[in-house]
Design a protein. Structure first.
Length: 254
């Protein structure tokens, strides 16, 4: 149960954060309640607000995957790449990328990943590429993972923009940090990490689809270098052919 004490502390936290932003100051490292030892009831309170902002637990729990199409701008290209994303919770993803001179397909299923030009010539991804693919897949599982694994959340210090930061471990030393805007309770930035590199994404242009908020625009970084931008042009929850798209025959071969 959320106590009056917790609510009072959280109100103070948000007030301090807002004052810091208004004054142009960096977030205070000693803001109460956002340290690594924050109590579980406060974490539950935070997560509940995030889930409600996205549409609520019932609406989020009713969807299991999606198909999104859009245009992706890679840093090294001057023209958009048509992109199809097929995602199923919690960790399956298919990416179809139409470059000017070739087609690339990437497929992730948990700790496994493949890539190729078509579904018939997929080969296992090398270790570094597989980690990057897995981390991207985890980033797309917003925000229900926070609710399902709230007992594993590690609160961090606020970021330089005053956003609340919650960390979830993945495995093999990997993690994801959710940067939450305390005004809207939306995840506007997510960072995924591995021993050699961090990847991150900014999210905005949220639109409601079947009662659930979806970010229609994202900007992706490798370390501090911007690598791509993605603009959604169409979005569908739980398309009928999702399973077929996520399990091409070549990926099932031993």
């Amino acid at each position: 149960m959320i106590t009056n004490r917790v609510l009072a502390v959280m109100a103070f936290v948000l007030m301090v954060a807002a004052q810091g932003r208004a004054a142009g100051d960096a977030p205070k490292s000693d803001v109460p309640g956002l340290h690594h030892d924050a109590p579980l009831d406060k974490i539950v309170w935070l997560v509940a607000h995030v889930i409600e902002a996205y549409g609520g637990e019932k609406a989020l729990g009713a969807v299991h995957g999606y198909h999104a199409t859009g245009n992706q701008w890679a840093a090294q290209l001057d023209k958009p790449i048509h992109t199809d994303r097929w995602f199923a919770r919690p960790d399956r993803l298919r990416l179809d990328l139409d470059y000017p001179d070739h087609h690339e397909l990437r497929l992730t299923n948990g700790a496994q990943g493949w890539s190729g030009s078509t579904s018939d010539d997929l080969t296992p991804a090398n270790a570094m590429k597989l980690q990057a693919m897995r981390l991207q897949t985890v980033r797309l599982d917003l925000p229900l993972r926070l609710l399902e694994q709230r007992d594993k959340i590690e609160p961090r210090e606020p970021d330089e923009n005053g956003r609340i930061v919650l960390r979830l471990p993945i495995d093999d030393g990997l993690y994801i940090d959710y940067h939450i805007d305390p005004k809207t309770w939306l995840i506007t930035h997510a960072t995924t990490g591995m021993p050699a590199m961090e990847f991150s994404a900014d999210y905005d242009e949220f639109q409601k689809v079947n009662g659930v908020l979806v970010p229609y625009h994202e900007v992706v970084f490798a370390g501090t270098t911007m690598t791509s931008k993605f603009q959604v042009t169409s979005f569908e929850w739980d398309p009928k052919n999702l399973e077929t798209q996520l399990t091409p025959a070549a990926a099932r071969k031993p």
